[in-house]
Design a binder for this molecule. Sequence first.
Ligand code: 13P
Ligand code: SF4
Length: 332
Amino acid sequence: MQLSNDELKIKINELKEKLDVTVVAHFYQRDEVFEMADITGDSLELAMRTQADDAEFVLFCGVGFMGQSVKVLSPEKRVVMPKIACCAMARMIDSLYFDDSVKYLNDNGISNENILPITYINSNADVKAKVGEMGGMVCTSSNAKKIITKALEEGKKILFVPDRCLGQNIANQMGLKSMVIGQEGNPMECDILCYDGFCSVHQLFTVDDIEFYRNKFPGILIATHPECDPAICDASDFVGSTSQLIKYIQEQPEDQKIAVGTEFNMVNRLRPKNTYVLSSTKPECPTMNETTLEDLYVTLKAIDDGEPINEIEVDKQTQKWAKIALERMLAL
Ligand code: 13P
Ligand code: SF4
């Protein structure tokens, strides 16, 4: 017999009381899952706060690379995920594609000693490990500017993977020259060479959407995530990571209309009035939405039964270098 959401919530709370487990959820999770979490946040906050948490099990409601990052940072923790859903952007690169990107730079006259790789946290542990081994580090959308500023101090070319939009948006904000690998441009003349990956959800926003809202509500503010195309970010009033968007929107007067270009679940719970989703297509992240309340219950029940499911494992060598890449970021 299928349980209702209210029944599931009662059972989940009972199991949470009983077990040594911390439930963690990213802001993009479904509302009913998000409500059950002990720790919520964007990817940077979750990486930092779960590292400091001391429960035996971390039950991570998010996408694969996020649970993996917890395991990499704290290998002694047991990390389980109700759904091992893989972020579409993270899936666009693996260690072989990473090697191809390095080779492209080599073929264009840039030797390995002159490359400093940075990977967006939205990548799997094998890519983070490659980056760590080459002396590079991880960034999130909250700290990308800071990390790139630090990296530039080494006087090297930055290989930025996998999100071309985040790489180009930060380059534009900082007045740096960037190009997308394999597209028009001379790598030798660029500061940041971006891999050609992207988030399909954040590609849904268009300049036409922005014009539509500006015409409909003169004075409206447009706030977008840096995974949106550079043309969208250039036409926005504010560009920021998930937590920066939340802060910006909460600081506006109640009657200020805002159209927000990021994931639907988060925008929907931000503010009861005067907040619009900047798209005629509902921008839901399919993989973030895979996790249901029932999955959460089943995963807790499996821990209680002594047979945890969907446990994250990372091999030792990958864990070692991926951890170094993550820790270089956290140290900043
Ligand atoms: P944040 O780093 O802002 O949490 O973003 C993660 C993500 O997947 C955005 O699409
Ligand atoms: Fe990945 Fe995009 Fe979903 Fe974020 S919104 S988890 S980048 S697919």
